[in-house]
Write a protein that binds this ligand. Structure first.
Ligand code: HH2
Length: 279
């Protein structure tokens, strides 16, 4: 399976690492650290040196309860850093719920749209289609982070997330998106038990045939399972979750701590991988 990224290509026969770069004052684990464009570029260089296969730039926190950012402010945070980061040569994803922001980022040369609203606005798909960019469709029970925990009621979380992703992925394809990726949205309106059920249930999502992205990095569930309160110190727990995800078919892991994941994946893939990708 290959991901076509507007001229760049990423082979997904083995798990790949998407390095997180949050250009926000309020992200749950690294808010405020990379607001300054120079600090953001330095962080992007670090993520590349650690072995990131692609970068995910976000300028609006989506943690449960986060306050939405006006579009103008999101553009102001995102676009200068995107411009500075593109020459690094890595594929760059833009993490946004706003079609206008995605459009401006794609016009500058971003390679992938990461829509954490789960295609709440079909315009996101028409924008991605126009730029021939792939689109990540992520599950959330409500596109507004202030309301998603209250919306978290499932009878069968795996079946419901699977049905949602299939519906939205098909809609994106009908609207002309060249390649769709799916993501269960770990922590988006889900309890720890529901997140664990989703991680166990990943094979059912992988069987839909779309490349599967998973992001559990430093999330509350990792804190609850490990007892580590500081999100920045949840590295080992995050690696544990992502190896479990890779074993069940995840092909892109969205992570803050790239170096640790790179090492863990090297060993993981030496054991689990097969064929020409065996390192
Ligand atoms: N999680 C976050 C943000 N974007 N995108 C995808 N596709 N999947 C995810 O699981 C996902 C995501 C939340 O993490 P983070 O960016 O660290 O925090 P914040 O939203 O507070 O900026």
């Amino acid at each position: 399976m290959t991901l076509e990224l507007r001229g760049l290509r990423l082979d997904l026969d083995r798990p790949r690492l998407m390095g997180v770069l949050n250009l926000t004052p309020d992200s749950f684990s690294d808010g405020g650290r990379f607001l300054d464009p120079d600090a953001a570029l330095a962080r992007a260089q670090e993520l590349k040196a650690e072995g990131a296969d692609l970068l995910d730039l976000g300028a609006e926190s989506t943690r449960p309860g986060a306050t939405p950012v006006p579009e103008e402010e999101e553009r102001k945070r995102l676009l200068p850093v995107l411009e500075a980061v593109l020459p690094l040569g890595l594929p760059v994803s833009v993490d946004t719920r706003k079609p206008g922001v995605a459009e401006a980022a794609l016009a500058l040369g971003a390679h992938l749209v990461n829509d954490t609203s789960g295609l709440a606005d079909p315009k996101m798909a028409t924008v991605a289609a126009r730029f021939r960019a792939p689109l990540v469709v992520m599950h959330t029970p409500h596109p507004d982070p202030r309301r998603m925990m209250a919306a978290a009621r499932y009878l069968d979380v795996v079946a419901e997330v699977r049905a949602f992703l299939l519906l939205r992925a098909r809609r994106a394809e009908r609207l002309g998106v060249p390649q769709v990726l799916i993501d269960p949205g770990i922590g988006f309106g889900k309890t720890t038990q529901q997140n664990l059920a989703l991680l166990r249930g990943l094979p059912a999502l992988a069987r839909l045939g779309y490349p599967l992205l998973v992001g559990a990095s430093r999330k509350r569930t990792i804190g609850e399972l490990t007892g580590v309160e500081n999100p920045g110190s949840r590295v080992c727990g995050s690696v544990g979750a992502h190896l479990a995800a890779a074993l069940r078919g995840a092909r892109i892991l969205r992570v803050h701590d790239v170096a640790a994941h790179r090492e863990a994946l090297a060993v993981f893939w030496a054991v689990e991988g097969d064929g020409p990708d065996r390192p």
